[in-house]
Design a protein around this ligand. Structure first.
Ligand SMILES: Cc1cc2nc3c(=O)[nH]c(=O)nc-3n(C[C@H](O)[C@H](O)[C@H](O)COP(=O)(O)OP(=O)(O)OC[C@H]3O[C@@H](n4cnc5c(N)ncnc54)[C@H](O)[C@@H]3O)c2cc1C
Ligand SMILES: *[C@@H]1O[C@H](CO)[C@@H](O)[C@H](O)[C@H]1NC(C)=O
Ligand SMILES: *[C@@H]1O[C@H](CO)[C@@H](O)[C@H](O)[C@H]1NC(C)=O
Ligand SMILES: *[C@@H]1O[C@H](CO)[C@@H](O)[C@H](O)[C@H]1NC(C)=O
Ligand SMILES: *[C@@H]1O[C@H](CO)[C@@H](O)[C@H](O)[C@H]1NC(C)=O
Ligand SMILES: *[C@@H]1O[C@H](CO)[C@@H](O)[C@H](O)[C@H]1NC(C)=O
Ligand SMILES: *[C@@H]1O[C@H](CO)[C@@H](O)[C@H](O)[C@H]1NC(C)=O
Ligand SMILES: *[C@@H]1O[C@H](CO)[C@@H](O)[C@H](O)[C@H]1NC(C)=O
Ligand SMILES: *[C@@H]1O[C@H](CO)[C@@H](O)[C@H](O)[C@H]1NC(C)=O
Ligand SMILES: CC(=O)N[C@H]1CO[C@H](CO)[C@@H](O)[C@@H]1O
Length: 594
């Protein structure tokens, strides 16, 4: 019912002419219970109907009111492992909520006393979910959604940050339980010429998480280019590669998309196809950076695997106590940045600024113990040495640690938090479960030409989460070999920021936080404008205006053409996704301006 009110206000409050709308619960076109039962009978698991928000058992007005379940869920509501594993929650739960056109924030908070008169709003939580365990589950659902013009969404591990895995009145394909994998020393893409030599690779289903895959790779004495985050719960096989995928091993082995050898996918017409350099090459290109789920539902993906060398890791922390010293520190690092990257170091250089101090951290690795690159030691020591000339800069940590293999470094930084150093002791991940983010890809030239202007931009960011993951193999790949913006090929660092907020935030306050992250990044948009700069699709700014240019640069037109061919009926449109221009923010109605 909520959705009907919403759609009515959308229709009558704007000067737009409506072209076509998805069919929502409450609309006459919505499938009857009998039809849903028929769909359910075709699925491997029972259809989840009347799916409710996580906190719904806490509400007396809910069908599923259950004080015991409420109390258990209340204590685990911030548990990321729970949020990734279930279909009715996202990691960032602000995307479970709906901000209506008249500025109401429709939530279902755990603290019922805070709630809007005890109403658990459905928000953007899909009422119907398919617990996918097979390709056929996806195919049956796609045919059903197409026949009834439903709003179909796809959730994997739910870390995405524009709310795309959910939607008002939507039907959800939950693929997060697909967790098989298979290592091979002789992988040959389907359709390859007969004498094609096999390569070392791993085939995974979407729900395999990076933490799991790193551990499995280590057992096989291999590495895989992957994402990093506390706990390792980001999905390895869907949203991450579809958006590009960057990781600390990227300077050595390329972006995620550069390591994909093959994808299998269920297309919007329900065909299950294989895409690689030989079969469906246009689709293969689009799937590697075009954004999920715009080109279909990925059912498996094969990554190249790499050797598992030893690494030297450097950990460093310096604190400054006045703006002059902070600016000087930032400038100093910016001037050393490219030399450090060129000498083989990769990793993070985040900072956190509070009222009276700024802490700046390095969490870097370079292959080899001692480093294979002869410049590695001296370039970093040169930076350390320059920091000593900055007044009021207090170095509290400066160590190097030898790791016999990659996964031990990963473990010390993201899994075991007992070491007293590493990523977990820097700024960590954005901690809360409600946030808005922004990011910008900084070309290497900008560090050389504008170190002071960049330092001034950092001064305006209370927390910078900065990934030195470009250059090297990322830069040497053909910019047109995958759909990701060509800006990735000249970028050297990806700067990301986030604003966290409370469950009681009003629509106006949320808008102000979105504007705030947008504004923090504005100096970077001006210093490194599209197409030289760009934005990482998987760390997207809600307010980005030229999102087509920022995510894809001059690849957008080709992507749009492929999208129109593969998905002519707009089944898989997402907010700021390919061919979403004429759709409203909630992807309910396609609108054309009068
Ligand atoms: C703590 C944290 C750390 C991160 N670290 C990194 C990092 O180091 N490097 C990096 O590059 N990114 C990183 N990210 C960003 C991450 O890549 C994105 O959030 C990504 O979208 C997560 O994918 P998912 O499968 O876990 O999530 P989901 O939110 O479930 O899915 C992401 C997107 O893919 C779509 N989708 C889901 N399943 C499929 C499918 N089977 N086929 C097609 N589309 C599908 C969804 O609709 C959604 O649009 C990080 C994010 C967080 C929160
Ligand atoms: C809660 O209910 C009261 C009485 O019905 C009403 O006056 C008030 O506006 C409601 N508050 C909210 C936040 O909806
Ligand atoms: C989905 O199916 C799997 C396999 O049967 C099961 O373990 C899991 O509990 C189901 N999830 C939901 C939310 O029904
Ligand atoms: C793994 O791959 C091998 C060879 O590519 C194949 O024979 C085997 O069936 C696969 N196993 C699984 C579980 O997919
Ligand atoms: C693992 O691989 C590395 C090189 O990639 C090699 O040096 C090392 O000996 C291997 N370790 C084992 C236990 O096989
Ligand atoms: C910052 O410095 C001011 C003035 O020296 C002091 O009053 C305040 O308590 C300090 N704040 C913090 C968070 O340390
Ligand atoms: C450089 O080498 C010296 C001597 O081995 C060592 O103490 C120091 O930690 C190294 N520094 C870096 C940044 O690798
Ligand atoms: C400076 O760093 C040292 C450790 O090297 C630490 O003991 C000290 O507290 C720091 N001083 C300030 C003012 O933070
Ligand atoms: C499904 O779509 C693909 C891509 O557009 C097309 O090549 C294929 O022929 C279609 N299959 C069917 C059965 O229509
Ligand atoms: C500073 C920081 O991020 N600390 C975190 C380290 O990791 C544990 C869990 O693994 C968190 O509880 C800490 O908050």
């Amino acid at each position: 019912m909520v959705s009907r009110v919403f759609i009515a206000s959308l229709l009558f409050s704007s000067a737009y002419a409506v072209q076509k709308c998805k069919c929502l619960p409450g609309n006459a076109c919505f499938p009857s219970q009998d039809l849903w039962n028929t769909l359910s009978a075709s699925l491997s698991q029972p259809l989840i109907s009347n799916q409710r928000p996580l906190a719904s058992p806490c509400y007396e007005s809910s069908d599923n009111f259950n004080p015991a379940a409420c109390s258990s869920l209340t204590s685990s509501q911030f548990d990321v492992d729970l949020r990734v594993a279930i279909p009715n929650a996202l990691v960032f739960n602000n995307w479970e909520e709906l901000i209506t056109p008249d500025g109401q924030v429709q939530t279902c908070p755990f603290d019922v006393s805070e709630s809007k008169n005890g109403t658990c709003f459905q928000g953007r939580v899909p009422s119907f979910a398919i617990n996918v365990t097979s390709v056929e589950d996806i195919q049956h659902t796609i045919r059903f959604a197409k026949e009834h013009n439903l709003h179909l969404v796809v959730k994997n591990q739910g870390h995405e940050n524009l709310g795309r895995p959910f939607g008002v009145g939507s039907v959800e394909l939950f693929v997060g339980n697909l967790k098989s994998y298979n290592f091979s020393d002789s992988f040959v893409p389907e359709g390859a010429p007969e004498d094609t030599p096999g390569q070392s690779g791993v085939t995974i289903q979407p729900g395999v998480q990076w933490g799991t895959l790193y551990a499995l790779a280590a057992e096989n004495n291999k590495t895989v280019v992957g994402g990093i985050g506390a706990g390792g719960t980001v999905g390895a096989g869907a949203g991450w590669p579809a958006g590009g995928g960057h990781g600390i091993l990227s300077p050595y082995f390329g972006l995620g998309v550069d390591n994909v050898m093959q994808v299998t996918v269920v297309l919007p017409n329900a065909s299950h196809v294989t895409a690689n350099q030989y079969l469906n090459p246009d689709l293969f290109w689009a799937l590697r950076g075009g954004g999920g789920p715009s080109f279909g539902v990925i059912t498996s993906l094969t990554y190249r695997t790499h050797p598992n060398p030893s690494f030297t890791a450097a950990f460093y922390e310096v604190t400054t106590f006045d703006d002059e010293s902070t600016l000087s520190l930032f400038e100093t690092f910016n001037k050393h940045h490219n030399a450090i990257a060129d000498a083989g170091w990769a990793g993070f250089w985040p900072w956190i600024r509070t009222t009276n101090s700024t802490s700046f951290f390095l969490t870097l690795i370079t292959p080899g113990t001692p480093p294979t690159n002869p410049q590695a030691n001296s370039t970093l020591e040169a930076f350390y040495s320059d920091v000593k000339t900055i007044q009021s800069a207090n170095v509290s940590l400066q160590i190097t640690v030898d790791y016999p293999e990659f996964n031990q470094w990963y473990n010390d930084n993201f899994i075991d938090s007992s070491k007293g150093f590493g990523f977990n002791y820097t700024v960590g991940d954005a901690g809360e479960i409600r946030l808005v983010v922004s990011s910008w890809l900084i070309p290497r030239d900008t560090f050389d030409t504008n170190p002071t202007e960049l330092a001034q931009a950092w001064m305006g960011m209370p927390i910078g989460r900065t990934f030195m993951v470009g250059g090297g193999a990322v830069a040497s790949a053909d910019p047109d070999s995958a759909a990701v913006t060509p800006a990735w090929r000249t970028a050297i660092t990806d700067v990301t920021i986030a604003n966290e907020y409370d469950v009681t935030a009003t629509a106006e306050e949320i808008q102000a936080l979105r504007q705030n992250v947008f504004d923090q990044v504005q100096p970077l948009r001006e210093l490194a404008p599209v197409p030289q700069g760009g934005q990482y699709l998987n760390e997207a700014d809600y307010l980005e205006e030229d999102w087509q240019g920022a995510y894809w640069g001059d690849h957008y037109e080709r992507l749009l053409n492929i999208k129109k061919e593969v998905d002519p009926d707009d089944l898989f449109i997402v907010f700021k996704g390919v061919n979403s221009e004429d759709w409203d923010e909630q992807v309910i109605c396609k609108i054309v301006q009068d």
